[in-house]
Design a protein around this ligand. Structure first.
Ligand code: ZN
Length: 202
């Protein structure tokens, strides 16, 4: 499965000259919600990810997604794995689990995002699950920005990866883009102007 082509075809992976929310410039931009616009594509990606997870033998009771980014990916993955699907959401900036969702003591929970950059939101969701007595058994995302090591990839975690090393992280592909400070950006040097296509994506 050519995951990058699927993202390209869905206009979820843009090529150009972009200003990321970090302030750095890049030739690529990931608008990861776009790839889930077509439910058939969402299903296809989630099934491929589920296959990887099932192959590992990891035991899972529930998939928990941090809202908003992880919602669709989490639901699609839970459907493919035939597991319960819940989500965590921020209330006044703090990640919480509400809406009547319960977690049993020792319940095995997989945290699922659409994309993992450093894993900050995923870790916030993991902490809430553990506070409620659940056991976080691993992490999953459709796409990985290459800051965290995913199962089956030869890219090691960078120092800013927040996911715990001892737990598996599953993703379909690494989207590692070169990033430049505006001063060093070769596209700026060529006279083009960076655009900011949306929030996040860095
Ligand atoms: Zn630039």
């Amino acid at each position: 499965m050519d995951v990058k082509k699927i993202y390209m075809d869905a206009n979820a992976l843009l090529e150009g000259h972009f200003k990321l929310s970090s302030g750095n410039h890049s030739k690529y931009y990931l608008q990861s919600a776009k790839v889930l616009e077509d439910p058939k594509t969402a299903k296809l990606l989630a099934e491929a990810l589920a296959k990887e997870i099932e192959k590992s033998g990891l035991e899972i009771d529930t998939v928990c997604a941090p809202a908003l980014g992880g919602l669709i990916a989490g639901f699609a993955l839970a459907t493919a794995l035939d597991k319960r699907s819940i989500f965590a959401e921020r209330v006044d900036g703090k990640m919480t689990i509400r809406r009547g969702f319960e977690i049993k003591p020792g319940e095995k929970v997989l945290i699922c995002e659409d994309i993992i950059t450093t894993g900050g939101s995923a870790m916030e969701a993991a902490r809430v699950v553990e506070e409620l007595g659940g056991e976080v058994v691993g992490f999953a995302a459709l796409a990985n920005r290459g800051f965290c090591h995913r199962e089956g990839s030869d890219i090691d975690s960078k120092p800013n990866c927040r996911l715990p090393k001892e737990k598996p992280f599953f993703a379909l592909a690494d989207f590692t883009f070169e990033m430049y400070t505006p001063d060093e950006c070769p596209m700026c040097k060529d006279g083009s102007v960076a655009i900011k296509p949306g929030s996040r994506g860095n």
